[in-house]
Every structure is written in C-alpha cells, then in structure tokens.
Design a protein around this ligand. Structure first.
Ligand code: 13P
Length: 280
C-alpha cells in the first residue's frame, strides 16, 4: 500500500526504532527492496533523488513502476514514495502531481529565512494533497553544492523556528553526517540531536546512513532518529557483487543475469540495516 510517511515515522519515534529509507536507482533495486522489506514485514521509504528521477525517466514513470510492483508482487507493507533532496518547489510539485506520497524540500543551501519561505510553500501544496514534507536545517555535506549559508550544523533554535513557521512533518537536522563514505570516524552531535528530539514533536531523520558504525546508529536511534537514509552502501554491495560475477563469467550478456547478480548482496545488506535500525 502506498502511504505518506506520517504514521510510520510517528510510530518509529514513539517506539524507538528507525524506518529505513533506501534510495532507488532502477526497477531492479525497487523490486529487491520491496521484496525484502515485505518478507521482513517492515514499512519502507523509497527515496528518489532528482538525478535518479531523471535517470529513470521522470516522476510519472516511477510512480507507475512502484504502483505496478506493489500490485504484481502482492506487497502488503506500507510503502512511502519520497522525493530525496528536492531542490525547488517546482520539483516537489511535479512529484506530488505524479503521485509521490512524500517529499523532502532541501532548502539547506539558503539562509534560514529563505529556507522557511520555500519549505512553507511546499508544505501548503503538499498538505492539501495528503503528502508529507521533510525539511533540512543546517547543511548535510557531501553531494550538494552552491551553499550560500555559512551555517553547517543545525542548532536547536533554528530547528524550532523552522518547525514553528512551516508545519513540516519530519526534519533532517545536519549534525555531522555526510553523504557517501566517511573519510574518518563520523562525528555526530548526539547531544543536540537529543535536545531537538525532546523539544520538537516531529520525527527526526538521519541522512548519510552509509558507513556509520553500528554503535553510533544505535545511539542516534536512542537520541530520537526515526528515519535513516541509505544509498551508498547498497550501491557498493550491489556493484561489488556484479563486478565479481562479470570477472568470473566472460560469457554472460543477458542484462537480467548481469544486473540480477547483485540481488543477493543487496538483499543481505537491506536485512542487515532493517535489523540494526530495530525496525524488525
Ligand atoms: P548515503 O549515500 O551516505 O547512504 O546517504 C544517503 C542519503 O542520505 C540520501 O538522502
């Protein structure tokens, strides 16, 4: 069932676990994630970046694909289809109009005032249509550019101001995590994380979930993280397995075999994350 993220994330916040957000990059990934999460009986958020949306053809194609897979594979878990790091109101509107059930408006490249303005615009459009909205405060490093804000880590005060002025459903405060693999040991500000969680009634999101040691993930969940985004680790496990398959088999050319050779490794990784996040 395609749903927004409201109920699943509030339940996670209340019961101290995190809902996995896995980024999708193609049909096969979407299928593997849905099959594994359905087998484990856990809700899942399918994250679609602007780049991935373009790669797969566009938001309408993705909605059709996800709805079709849910039906044809008899997927019974709650599935949320979510824009990851929407860069503008127009992107979020396009996704909502195509049937996405949740969007992230990433106004983190702006100063707080402009972040609030753009986030509020998205919230108004989304809420009228039953779609949930995630916002970002501070700036999660790694993949985005054009940062005009001098602030990197989120403060409790800025999170409060953004929440009170926009009515968002969930918040990703930048507290030291980055997208992609970490160069050293990740340095997460758990103290501020806990303070934000204790102060705001909405669930918190941890971006850059790849490469964070297990004990730090557990601590983040204890500090109130209710959704964890993972992309790079799935990309890595899938591509390692495909590389090994091709290195050992010079004759295969059927794309179903080549792409499918990454299925097992990806599904193992998904299950590992679900258990670590205490979703199951
Ligand atoms: P990783 O690629 O580091 O797992 O981060 C994913 C993410 O945060 C997507 O928003």
């Amino acid at each position: 069932m395609l749903v927004n993220s409201k109920k699943m994330l509030l339940d996670a916040k209340e019961n101290h676990y995190a809902v996995p957000h896995f980024n999708i990059n193609d049909l096969e990934w979407t299928k593997y994630i849905l099959e594994k999460c359905n087998e484990l009986k856990v809700p899942v958020i399918l994250g679609v970046s602007e780049g991935a949306a373009k790669y797969m053809g566009g938001f309408n194609t993705i909605t059709g694909m996800v709805k079709g897979l849910i039906k044809d594979l008899n997927i019974e878990i709650p599935v949320c289809l979510h824009v990851d790091h929407g860069q503008s109101f127009e992107t979020c509107k396009k996704a909502i109009d195509a049937g996405f059930t949740s969007v992230m408006i990433d106004g983190s490249k702006y100063e707080l005032k402009e972040n609030i303005r753009i986030t509020k615009e998205v919230v108004e459009y989304a809420h009228e249509r039953g779609v949930t909205v995630e916002a970002e405060v501070g700036h999660i490093g790694g993949s985005e550019d054009n940062v005009t804000s001098s602030v990197l880590n989120a403060t409790l005060e800025d999170c409060q101001i953004l929440y009170e002025n926009t009515g968002i459903d969930s918040l990703a405060p930048a507290l030291g995590s980055v997208h992609g693999f970490y160069k050293g040991e990740p340095n997460l500000d758990f103290e501020t994380m806990k303070k934000i969680n204790d102060t705001l009634p909405i669930p918190l999101v941890l971006h850059g979930g790849s490469g964070i040691p297990d004990d730090k993930i557990t601590k983040a969940i204890e500090c109130g993280i209710a959704k964890i985004n993972v992309n790079t680790e799935l990309q890595y496990s899938w591509s390692q397995a495909v590389r090994e398959f091709l290195n050992n088999d010079s004759k295969s050319y059927d794309p179903r075999k080549v792409i499918g050779s990454g299925e097992k490794a990806m599904k193992e990784n998904i299950e590992k994350k679900v258990r670590l996040f205490k979703t199951r």
